[in-house]
Design a protein around this ligand. Structure first.
Ligand SMILES: NC(=O)c1ccc[n+]([C@@H]2O[C@H](COP(=O)([O-])OP(=O)(O)OC[C@H]3O[C@@H](n4cnc5c(N)ncnc54)[C@H](O)[C@@H]3O)[C@@H](O)[C@H]2O)c1
Length: 330
């Protein structure tokens, strides 16, 4: 029975807390959030003790593992404090917005032999797991090209964007991780273009809303990422892996599989599952279970702090490429 504390009772913390509470081999022991009644409200709903003091929760002897669902600029400090307190850690993405800070954190986690998993949930979606399994089974031969389309239904509020680190570090970071996951090889070169097609005012904060990235690996495999902050038809999440012996594709998810025909449309389907909490509900559940199982077995973490650092590095390279118009060596 893994005894779990969740830090941060916001959007993502609520998901992790619910998954910990529902997991039969885990126990939600505590929820910490320094602001308002967030921790108390969530603990009332799911069980566990509520606290406004994350440090006190980290010091609890009856906590084996900590899920960090707090704002990005708090991840590294909480991760290192948890590791030093002997806790296993499931930490939200991105690891940090600053590569030097991320490098130092990874070095410290590795020096302390810390048990840290980065929460790149998309790897744990059933479709992603099947893509990886099929690639490993040799179903499409040698991977040659990966195409990732990743579009949100609508942009987040300006206040969020101001602290997000920009589209590459905040949003495309998931796609950089999926590119590494599906290519099975580190990208060595990044080319990107970035536009403000939704909100020209993003120039005031140096951000963009519509980006394309090309990645190349040492063996010259390629990955293309399309990423946009808004798609009128909903949360668009598709992957295509093309190889020497075939191709794999997944599709977007809808509430049901019903298709409709009329005088106006043929083959019409319901709108896509609207956003990440619905689309990746299974993935978050599996992610928590993989974390729990790895901690219990003393097995390697399925996604490491170093994976978090690698995705951040690709995000930094993409931004540099978009700003300079040049290919950037990773
Ligand atoms: N993997 C995903 O799909 C996914 C989705 C959303 C957010 N995220 C990441 O999760 C993190 C949180 O995002 P969110 O959307 O849930 O934000 P949020 O603002 O909804 O929630 C964050 C919560 O953390 C609390 N908090 C702040 N400082 C804290 C501290 N020191 N200790 C404990 N709690 C603290 C805040 O009061 C707030 O309730 C971000 O890093 C974000 O990038 C990941």
């Amino acid at each position: 029975m893994l005894r779990v504390a969740v830090l941060g009772a916001g959007r993502i913390g609520r998901i992790h807390a619910a998954n910990a509470a529902a997991n039969r081999q885990a126990k939600l022991v505590a929820i910490a959030d320094p602001f308002g009644s967030a921790a108390e409200d969530l603990a009332r709903e799911l069980g566990g003790a509520a606290s406004t003091d994350p440090e006190a929760v980290l010091a609890r002897a009856d906590v084996d593992a900590v899920v960090i669902g707090t704002p990005t600029d708090t991840h590294v400090a909480l991760m290192l404090a948890a590791v030093r307190a002997g806790k296993a850690v499931l930490c939200e993405k991105p690891i940090d917005l600053d590569i030097a800070k991320a490098d130092a954190a990874v070095a410290e986690v590795e020096r302390l032999d810390g048990r840290v998993m980065l929460a790149f949930n998309r790897r744990f979606d059933p479709a992603s797991q099947e893509l990886r399994r099929a690639i490993d089974a040799g179903e499409i031969g040698e991977v040659r090209q990966v195409i990732i389309s990743s579009r949100d239904p609508a942009p987040p509020p300006r206040a969020y964007l101001e602290h997000s680190g920009g589209i590459f570090r905040d949003m495309t970071i998931h796609d950089f991780d999926m590119a590494r996951f599906l290519l099975g090889e580190e990208p060595v070169e990044v080319m990107a273009t970035a536009s403000r097609l939704i909100d020209p005012n993003l120039a005031e904060i140096g951000d963009f809303d519509t980006v394309m990235v090309n990645l190349r690996t040492e063996s010259r495999r390629q990955c293309h990422i399309n990423c946009c902050r808004a798609a009128v038809y909903g949360y668009d999440q598709r992957f295509e892996v093309f190889g020497s012996a075939g191709m794999l594709m997944n599709d977007n998810l809808r509430p049901t599989t019903v298709r409709r025909w009329s005088s106006a449309v043929t083959d019409a389907r319901e709108p896509l599952l609207n956003f990440f909490l619905e689309r990746y509900a299974d993935a978050y559940r599996t992610e928590f279970e993989m974390f729990r199982a790895a901690v219990e077995a003393g097995a390697p973490m399925p996604v490491t702090a170093r994976d978090g650092r690698q995705a951040l590095r690709l995000a930094d390279c993409a931004l540099e490429s978009a700003l300079t118009g040049r290919a950037v060596r990773v």
